[in-house]
Design a protein around this ligand. Structure first.
Ligand code: FMN
Length: 304
């Protein structure tokens, strides 16, 4: 037997063996401890509430002082006729903004067709929003494709002096560009595509933050592919793309049928409103923050 095993286990006194007076004392002590803890908890809660109230009071008085200071600054700005300073202080009165301009390219060869009807729906909203529009029908013109001569890299103009070079200054001056096309074989009209490729390739001015929107018109299908094709001109040029409640399609085949596509026309109206909002917001943001910093362009081919 080990030393430990040999140790005699101390005998716990039986409950009945503890004197009643000791029991009462223990109960009293426990109750007192509980009372103390509750009181401490109450005091701590009271202290926390008081601290919160004090912090709120302090913040309110700081806010009040800042408002007073800002108001005084506005009064001073008014006295000195320093209007921009007044606006910078958050005076809610917005400065009048010159109307936004949108260039619209109609890629259909058909005058009075469904593409035109969709454009008309956009224009009604643009007009009510005070946006200036210019629509150029390019789908009926004889526009050849790019021949990759690269002479535009020197001149900033296309070697073929046609509608493409006429569109360049219009695009430069515009805050937004709408490209509209009938769907041909699940693609945009080839004439329009030739025009866009030469226009975007030959012009080197900054197109950043001009808002783009493309709309496609089809009898039945191929809208999505054509829509993607057209949006790619924007997304390569740092142009934000305006969107609507649906992808921007209008359906119709014969002239006048687009007017029956109420969902398509609503999509056009919402698109015009959203595009207007974006153009205005970008104009304000541009004034306030300037355009984003521009990096030196890195141009790699896959083989080097
Ligand atoms: C050459 C050609 C190809 C077409 N391909 C398609 C097509 O792929 N999918 C479709 O739904 N409609 C197709 N259409 C129908 C047109 O997209 C449709 O008639 C549209 O409303 C024409 O617009 P517009 O009236 O402005 O010219 C095609 C029409 C033509 C002339």
């Amino acid at each position: 037997m080990s030393e430990n095993q040999k140790k005699v286990k101390p005998v716990e006194p039986a409950a009945s063996a503890v004197k009643p007076s000791v029991n009462r004392a223990v109960t009293r002590a426990r109750k007192a401890a509980e009372k103390r803890a509750a009181a401490e908890e109450k005091a701590a809660a009271k202290k926390a509430v008081a601290a919160e109230k004090a912090a709120e009071k302090k913040a309110a008085s700081r806010r009040k002082a800042a408002e007073k200071k800002a108001a005084q600054k506005r009064v001073n700005a008014r006295k000195t006729g320093n209007e921009p300073a007044r606006r910078a202080e958050g005076d809610r009165k917005p400065a009048p903004m010159p109307p936004r301009r949108v260039l619209i390219l109609n890629g259909s060869p058909r005058a009075g067709g469904n593409t035109e009807a969709a454009i008309d729906e956009l224009c009604r909203v643009f007009q009510s929003e005070g946006v200036e529009t210019e629509t150029v029908q390019v789908g009926n013109l004889d526009i050849r494709g790019c021949i990759a001569c690269n002479s535009c890299s020197e001149s900033g103009r296309c070697v073929f002096d046609d509608i493409v070079n006429e569109l360049a200054p219009k695009l430069y001056a515009a805050d937004g560009l709408v490209i509209a096309s009938p769907v041909y074989y699940a693609s945009a009209n080839a004439t329009l595509v030739a025009c866009l490729q030469r226009l975007f390739y030959s012009t080197h001015f900054d197109k950043r933050m001009k808002v783009g929107a493309s709309i496609v018109i089809a009898r039945r299908t191929g809208c999505s592919a054509a829509y993607d094709e057209l949006n790619k001109f924007f997304t390569l040029s740092e142009m934000p793309v305006a969107s609507s409640v649906y992808w921007n399609n209008v359906h119709g085949n014969d002239r006048g049928e687009a007017a029956l596509d109420s969902e398509g026309l609503q999509t056009m109206r919402v698109l015009a409103r959203n595009m207007t909002f974006l153009m205005k917001s970008i104009a304000l943001g541009r004034k306030r923050f300037g355009l984003p910093e521009q990096e030196q362009r890195i141009f790699t081919n896959f083989i080097r």
